[in-house]
Structure formats: C-alpha cells, structure tokens
Design a protein around this ligand. Structure first.
Ligand code: SF4
Ligand code: SF4
Length: 97
C-alpha cells in the first residue's frame, strides 16, 4: 500500500521547510576583474568612510580600525577608492601587491 503523503496539518509548528538564503555563501570576490584595493596604512586615518561606502561589506574593521579588505567578497568596484578622503586606497592590478 502506498504511503500517504503528509499534508500541512502534519507539519510541526514553526517548521522551516526551505533553508533561508544567505549572501555569505556567495563569494562575490569571484566577480572581480583585474583590480583590487590596497590600503596604505601610513595614510589611513581610520575615518571608516570606505567601510560605510562598500556595497559588499568587504572592508575589515576591528576595534574601530580599518584593517584591510576581505577579497572573498570585494568585487573591485573602486567605491572605497573614490571615498577615501586621504587617498589611502589604491586600486592595483591583481597580480601586483
Ligand atoms: S573595491 Fe568595492 S567591493 Fe571592494 S572593498 Fe572597495 S568598495 Fe568594497
Ligand atoms: S576611507 Fe581611507 S582613511 Fe578612511 S578608513 Fe578607509 S582607507 Fe582609512
């Protein structure tokens, strides 16, 4: 005899059927083409304009200090470069460091 399929009444209360999505799973850094940001910490004033401007939350900040870039998520858009008031960020060729 075929097993009877469960209906909605058999689902446990509060059950999550579909796993919620998360942008963390998508390494948008794969989209970067050619250029990546590099910071000159001697110039950086830790104003965090870059952090607030980055559309991919790819600026690493710890204890209020800008620490660099998470290249797993940085798409190389250059917005941080345009927003830095002291020109501490440079967009360099991927091969260069
Ligand atoms: S280049 Fe774009 S994605 Fe990468 S850290 Fe700067 S603002 Fe964020
Ligand atoms: S915008 Fe420039 S000065 Fe400000 S935290 Fe970022 S790199 Fe440093």
């Amino acid at each position: 005899m075929a097993k009877k399929k469960e209906g909605w009444k058999e689902l446990p209360i509060g059950a999550i059927i579909v796993e919620p999505g998360s942008s963390r799973k998508f390494k948008t850094g794969d989209w970067r083409e050619g250029k990546k940001p590099v910071v000159d910490k001697d110039k950086c004033t830790n104003c965090l304009f870059c952090w607030i401007s980055c559309p991919d939350s790819a600026i690493i900040v710890k204890d209020g200090e800008m620490k660099g870039f998470n290249l797993d998520y940085c798409k190389g858009c250059g917005i941080c470069f345009t927003q830095c008031p002291v020109n501490a960020i440079e967009m360099v060729d991927e091969e260069k460091e």
